[in-house]
Design a protein around this ligand. Structure first.
Ligand SMILES: Cc1cc2nc3c(=O)[nH]c(=O)nc-3n(C[C@H](O)[C@H](O)[C@H](O)COP(=O)(O)OP(=O)(O)OC[C@H]3O[C@@H](n4cnc5c(N)ncnc54)[C@H](O)[C@@H]3O)c2cc1C
Length: 464
């Protein structure tokens, strides 16, 4: 069978792959994208978007319980889990079909099926109707990742859930154990806890949200505990005994094992890259702990083969995947793009209160040898936060004391996932404390706290 020829084959239509395809098409390349499941990948179908839709429901539910505070009345506040999930699936579907329109608009050929790479420049796709052969001088691998399964803690969809099950739950958990307190674990813990599940979070590291600044993680922990969550840090789930309708977890803390019984467990212990079955080893691609090893330009070392997004390693974030997609498309089209700088990629967690950060934590900045100046500003000192009834939170900034470089920014509180971009732009433009201090922030906004945090690092905070 003769292969259909293209300039670029993209494998995987998540935020890495579909964005790479669009940018390449904009630059005049003839592009085909291959997807085995849903356009939009994990992000739109089983990740970023449906979780945010569900979290919005729990946020509104939480606010309805606070109606009185705002001079409003709301009686008999209830939820219908099926309707919450239906809304979330509807949002995911709307966005996934939007990607179909974008492919059409940009004249990108879409082939639905599983891809393998039998040789350099060749891709075989198993579709519903048979096999399709494709060829191109360039291939972008954007096959993403899936939930990591630990032995004994494997998801079964009934008592033990992966993130996919937790997005289409077969029942509402009454007593829930969440294993792992990264962004995914904490978001589900926040959602189910707000809806009334008695939630316990177990984290093996010395604190929840282990990649976040210690002070922010500790602030978040206190807030979650106030909301009724049980948080077990430096603890490991050693074993799950599954019975009919319940799971007994053996949880080790400081050498002591305690048995606790739950009706539902969510395993959120990380992800592994989708590297198998593609033929990568035969091509000579280096794989390290389930991720394809690349250089700063996402080149795999095999001519014409690039890897972007989750399959290419941390940070496992949609915006990192998309940015790499644009960069690689421009490179393939003959441009001279800048490599993606991981240290300027913000991480956001949409729990209640939200967490957002970019750059170095205070501890990492010190460990890297920086003499630091640290600023902090609490939400209670901000007029807009008080007006919103959201006075819980803080913004922390870390500067290099010698140069004034903004090394990192860390936030916890309402809508901080929208605020963080201000500091991301600051870091991208390599602003110093002086630029930030001389910036006029609109009033009344939550963003004023970003200004105050910078001022505080230099002993000049005005409202606290
Ligand atoms: C519950 C959850 C919540 C998340 N929330 C956020 C968030 O709020 N913000 C954020 O930035 N990130 C979030 N993420 C992470 C985000 O979803 C990923 O970083 C992002 O989807 C990675 O994009 P990607 O294009 O690399 O891969 P994916 O989105 O994983 O897409 C890869 C695609 O490749 C396809 N594929 C795989 N193998 C083949 C093959 N052989 N042939 C054809 N197709 C193939 C898959 O079907 C998939 O559609 C979340 C993840 C989860 C699980």
């Amino acid at each position: 069978m003769s292969a259909k020829a293209f300039d670029l084959i993209v494998i995987g239509a998540g935020p890495g792959g579909y964005v790479a395809a669009i940018r390449a098409a904009q630059l005049g390349l003839k592009v085909v994208i291959v997807e085995r499941e849903n356009l939009g990948g994990i992000c739109l179908n089983w990740g970023c978007i449906p979780t945010k839709a569900m979290l919005r429901s729990s946020e509104v539910f939480h606010l309805m319980h606070r109606a009185k505070e705002f001079g409003l009345g709301a009686e008999n506040i209830t939820y219908d889990l099926d309707a919450v999930v239906k809304r979330s699936r509807g949002v995911a579907k709307q966005l996934s079909s939007g990607i179909g329109h974008l492919m059409k608009k940009n004249k990108i050929t879409v082939v639905m099926g599983g891809a393998t790479i039998p040789a350099k420049g060749r891709v075989t796709v198993k579709t519903d109707k048979g096999t399709e052969e494709l060829s191109a001088p360039n291939i972008v691998l954007a096959t993403g990742a899936r939930a990591r399964e630990l032995p004994g803690l494997e998801a079964d969809g009934d008592l033990v859930w992966s993130y996919r099950h937790a997005l289409v739950p077969p029942h509402m958990p009454k007593k829930l154990l969440v294993i792992g307190s990264g962004a995914i674990g904490i978001e589900f813990a926040s959602f189910y806890n707000t809806l009334g599940a008695d939630t316990t979070v177990v984290e093996v590291m010395d604190r929840i949200l282990p990649v976040e600044d210690e002070e922010i993680a500790s602030f978040a922990r206190k807030s979650f505990q106030k909301q009724g969550m049980t948080i077990l840090e430096k603890s490991t789930v050693k074993q799950l005994d599954r019975a009919k309708g319940s799971v007994t977890a053996h949880i080790e803390t400081g050498g002591k094992v305690e048995k606790m019984t739950f009706d539902t467990v969510i395993s959120a212990v990380g992800i592994v890259g989708n590297t198998e079955g593609l033929g990568l080893e035969a091509l000579g691609v280096t794989i390290d702990r389930t991720h394809v090893v690349t250089d700063a330009y996402c080149r795999t070392g095999v001519e014409g083969l690039y890897a972007i997004g989750d399959i290419a390693g941390a940070p496992w974030l949609a915006h990192k995947a998309s940015h790499e997609g644009v960069m690689v498309a421009e490179l393939i089209a003959g441009g001279h793009p800048h490599p993606v700088k991981p240290e300027s990629i913000a991480g956001c967690t949409y729990c209640h209160p939200q967490i957002a950060s970019v750059g170095l934590t205070e501890a990492k900045a010190k460990a890297a040898g920086h003499d630091v100046k640290v600023g902090r500003f609490p939400f209670i000192g901000n007029g807009k936060a008080i007006a919103l009834g959201e006075a819980e939170g803080m913004i922390k900034t870390v500067f290099d004391a010698k140069t004034g470089e903004l090394l990192g920014a860390h936030m916890v509180g309402t809508e901080v996932t929208e605020l963080i971009q201000g500091y991301v732009i600051g870091r991208t433009l390599e602003t110093t404390e002086e630029d930030l201090m001389n910036t006029v922030f609109p009033h009344p906004t939550l963003s004023e706290m970003m200004h105050e945090s910078v001022l505080d690092a230099y002993g000049r905070a005005l409202h606290f």
